[in-house]
Design a protein around this ligand. Structure first.
Ligand SMILES: NC(=O)c1ccc[n+]([C@@H]2O[C@H](COP(=O)([O-])OP(=O)(O)OC[C@H]3O[C@@H](n4cnc5c(N)ncnc54)[C@H](O)[C@@H]3O)[C@@H](O)[C@H]2O)c1
Ligand SMILES: O=c1ccn([C@@H]2O[C@H](COP(=O)(O)OP(=O)(O)O[C@H]3O[C@H](CO)[C@@H](O)[C@H](O)[C@H]3O)[C@@H](O)[C@H]2O)c(=O)[nH]1
Length: 440
């Protein structure tokens, strides 16, 4: 069976490479010519562990990439994986979805199945059905749940597969069961439902996780003002199975290309139906403020941060990715730079360092203060001579830092742990000042 994947970003590329690895003949379609060229040469345009190896293995054999929608005519099944960013008002901007569907229309000959993996507001699959009315095509909603940094693992071991169908469509279930045979044999739970339920499951899952994070982040502020230790609070809460220990780590807020925009989109979806989205508004607002609150803690420590030099360790929105979208680390760096601090940034992922460098040199809104920012290729270089070390990403590789060794390299011995990843008791013993999130 031939399969097309429209949009070869974090989701589409994993889907294309993953399906090629299952033995399907896959064509990846993207409007970005330079990306397509790289992919056809077996070069991965984004960092995801293990992805480039698999890309190289299949490209030129059962996997190819193109900018031409014409190739779709040979594919029976088409996965739609284009971006669904937020517009200026926080609504989901569906322009890439509509443009892809309109391009696709021109090449429908014979029966086709369009599987929508992009995260789209409730009602969108039905809208697409109307847009494609009269064409020989069925639409299936199949939201994606992979996490960046573990995308290949998540592709192979999803916790559930959600498939939303039109009630009159009888053939799609069989086609999807055939493609997802591997998962069915592994007894991965399969939820077969209608479009709207499938769409809501995606937003509900992301919004719930985001709310869990904002919940613990809000508590961390109270812990900061009292003698409570938020890490112990999280741990003890998590021992209750009904609560669960995951996504209860306090920090400088959630980032990435999904949680921030999906929470905002859900808020707008409530509002569009005349419902006051109290919980979603709070989740979003706690998150927006968390990084500012931590920045104030840093400022309060010095009084004035102008001319102070900081090592910021971790640049992406989470570990093991090069993705800087809505990164709390970048937001913190912006706040520090705006008050004339000097930043020495480091991330364990080389591509994240490159993306950060490009962002501050090419993005006009940032370049004006980018001259106070240095992106360094070594952690030791980043911490040498600084007035404070800031941990901005929960990268466990930072746990192995030899602080005794670093003691004599820094100018001022203070650590701001924005992700509560450093052993604070150990740090204090070697006479570093320690400032965490809701713990001392
Ligand atoms: N990134 C994640 O971890 C993740 C996980 C689950 C779901 N999602 C959802 O999946 C969707 C894609 O996210 P992403 O992070 O992969 O996006 P992305 O920005 O990394 O990739 C989108 C790709 O689509 C291409 N594109 C845009 N318009 C196109 C068109 N008309 N035709 C062909 N290609 C086109 C872009 O050039 C880009 O390469 C979003 O709806 C997102 O919310 C993302
Ligand atoms: O206890 C925690 C856990 C996470 N985070 C932050 O939350 C953000 C998101 O983390 P994570 O969920 O691991 O990353 P994503 O790759 O954005 O994945 C989320 O968003 C994807 C896109 O929709 C979904 O597919 C995934 O299921 C969902 O976990 C990051 O900034 C983390 O630093 C915290 O602050 N505290």
């Amino acid at each position: 069976m031939k399969i097309s994947v429209i949009g070869t970003g974090y989701v589409g590329l994993i889907q294309a490479v993953g399906l090629a690895n299952f033995g399907f003949k896959v064509i990846g379609i993207d409007i970005d010519d330079s990306k397509v060229k790289m992919l056809n040469n077996g070069i991965c345009p984004l960092y995801e562990e293990g992805l480039e190896e698999l890309l190289k293995k299949h490209t030129g054999k059962n996997l190819e990439f193109t900018t031409s929608y014409e190739k779709i005519k040979d594919s029976e099944v088409i996965f739609l994986c284009v971006g669904t960013p937020q517009d200026n008002n926080g609504n989901t901007d569906l322009k890439y979805i509509f443009s892809a569907v309109d391009n696709l229309k021109k090449h429908i000959s014979g029966k086709k199945y369009l599987v929508v993996k992009s995260t789209v507001p409730i009602g969108t699959n039905q809208l697409l059905k109307e847009r494609l009315n009269g064409y020989n095509i069925e639409i299936i909603s199949n939201p994606e749940f992979l996490r960046e940094g573990m995308a290949l693992k998540d592709f192979l071991n999803p916790e559930r597969i959600i498939l939303g169908f039109d009630e009159n469509d009888l053939s799609s279930k069989e086609i999807l069961k055939y493609i997802y045979q591997y998962f069915i044999e592994k007894n991965i739970p399969l939820i077969l439902t209608n479009y709207e339920t499938a769409e809501m499951i995606k937003y509900a899952s992301n919004a719930f996780l985001a709310t869990k994070i904002s919940f613990i982040n809000e508590l961390s502020k109270l812990a900061d003002k009292t003698n409570a230790d938020i890490k112990t609070v999280s741990y003890a809460m998590g021992l209750d199975d009904r609560i669960g220990k995951k996504f209860l780590n306090a920090g400088i807020g959630y980032g990435g290309s999904c949680f921030p925009k999906d929470v905002k989109s859900l808020t707008k979806q409530f509002e569009s139906k005349g419902i006051d989205p109290k919980l979603m508004t709070a989740t979003d607002s706690v998150n927006e403020n968390q990084v500012k609150w931590f920045f104030e803690k840093i400022k309060n420590y010095y009084g004035d941060i102008s001319g102070k030099t900081f090592a910021v360790l971790g640049l992406a929105f989470k570990p093991d990715t090069d993705d800087l979208r809505e990164s709390a680390s970048i937001k913190l760096i912006d706040l520090l730079l705006k008050e004339d601090a000097i930043i020495k940034g480091f991330d364990n992922v080389k591509r994240a360092r490159e993306n950060a460098y490009n962002m501050y040199t090419l993005d006009k809104s940032k370049a004006f203060y980018g001259y106070n920012l240095y992106i360094l290729d070594s952690l030791v270089e980043a911490v040498t001579g600084v007035d404070g070390i800031i941990f901005a990403v929960e990268d466990t590789k930072f746990n192995t830092i030899d602080f005794e060794n670093i003691f004599n390299m820094v100018n001022e011995k203070v650590i701001f742990d924005g992700r509560n990843i450093i052993d604070n008791e150990k740090i204090k013993k070697i006479e570093f000042e320690y400032i965490g999130v809701g713990l001392r």
